[in-house]
Ligand binder design. Structure first.
Ligand code: AMP
Ligand code: TRP
Length: 329
């Protein structure tokens, strides 16, 4: 089974990224044939960004992934822009992508509504580049968080439309969204997902935050009226904390509810804070050891790109041939 996923090098990765996605990447690396993980710098340029910081953000993200447990000798870890097949395939796939489908993408609508400057055509084309990332490797399985569902459905539609029009060349990818933790919510506003672009930092726990910050943010998380530690639609704050604790402990939400039955929110939040600190501490320590050696990170990404390119180049040759682009094979 070939596994593929991508992660943006924007800002610092947060607990939502870790629980919704990175955790699944690590689990997948020995199941993948191979497992391929890509730091998507070309997606990051679709919104205003600082060119001086993009490269260093790529190293930050790569170091977090390795610190989380990805082993570049057991998976392929690379930077998207190093494998030019992604951009070429984006254009080729645009011919089987419905303009109307792109108009329906909620992430485009949300991001463009928030944009004060230019709403770039790149932001509109973002899902096509994402489909190209996946289809260039004939990936069978794509681990993502819940917010990527619509993009994955588009990638499947594009692959199906391509195959109908040009023959069975591409693999229609499945995707996996974790049962618990697919949508970690902002601790201050538990009706919105935890996000890199949150208006305030207070509800966001970053993977690299110092223990005291994590503790403070979790302990001051917004809880709901009542005092019961129980998941309910009208208790989004408590529900979120139950999910977080169950994931970091490796237990079920039911077990968490049973354990804290009859105890107040204060005790419960203290336990969540402690568990999250413990969960992230080894990642932060390994990150600190890795991030200093940029030359080594760069070499790791370049080696990954070389291996990725071998696969993507073959798929691109098939795509061009099927589409009648370039000389006959
Ligand atoms: P990004 O940082 O946008 O590249 O996201 C990387 C991965 O993290 C994607 O698979 C997202 O679906 C996932 N993700 C982002 N935010 C959350 C969240 N709040 N809860 C769970 N997963 C998330
Ligand atoms: N759009 C994804 C996100 O923001 C990142 C991404 C880019 C991706 N290419 C991908 C995820 C391919 C899975 C597969 O989270």
């Amino acid at each position: 089974m070939r596994i593929f996923s991508g992660i943006q090098p924007t800002g610092q990765k947060h607990l939502g990224n870790y629980i919704g996605a990175i955790r699944q990447y690590v689990e997948g690396q020995d199941k993948g044939d191979p497992a391929i993980y890509c730091v998507v710098d070309l997606h990051a340029i679709t919104v205003p960004y600082d060119p001086q910081r993009l490269r260093s953000n790529v190293y930050d993200t790569a170091a977090i992934l390795i610190a989380a447990g990805l082993d570049p000798s057991r998976c392929i870890l690379f930077r998207q822009s190093d494998v030019r097949e992604h951009t070429e395939l984006t254009w080729l796939l645009s011919s089987v992508t419905a303009h109307g489908d792109l108009n329906r993408m909620t992430q485009f609508k949300d991001k463009s509504a928030k944009q004060r400057e230019l709403v770039s055509a790149g932001l509109y084309f973002y899902p096509v580049l994402m489909a190209a990332d996946i289809l260039a490797y004939r990936a069978d399985m794509v681990p993502v968080g819940d917010d990527q569902r619509q993009h994955l459905e588009l990638a499947r539609d594009v692959a199906e439309r391509f195959n109908e029009r040009f023959g069975e060349v591409l693999t229609v990818p499945d995707f996996t969204i974790p049962e618990v933790g697919a949508r970690i919510m902002d601790l201050q506003d538990p009706t919105s997902k935890m996000s890199t672009t949150a208006a305030s930092d207070a509800g966001v726990v970053r993977v690299l935050d110092p223990p005291r910050t994590i503790e403070k943010r979790v302990k001051s998380a917004v809880t709901d009226s009542g005092a019961e530690v129980r998941r309910a639609p009208d208790k989004p704050g408590v529900t979120n904390l139950i999910e977080i604790l169950s994931v970091v402990r490796g237990s079920t939400p039911e077990e968490v509810e049973a354990e804290f039955d009859g105890q107040g929110y204060g005790t419960f939040k203290g336990a969540v804070a402690e568990a999250v600190v413990e969960y992230l501490a080894p990642v932060r320590e390994r990150y600190e050891a890795l991030r200093g050696d940029e030359a080594k990170l760069e070499q790791t990404l370049l080696d990954g790109a070389e291996r990725a390119r071998t696969i993507a180049a073959e798929v691109l040759a098939d795509v061009r041939d099927a589409m009648g682009v370039g000389p006959a094979a």
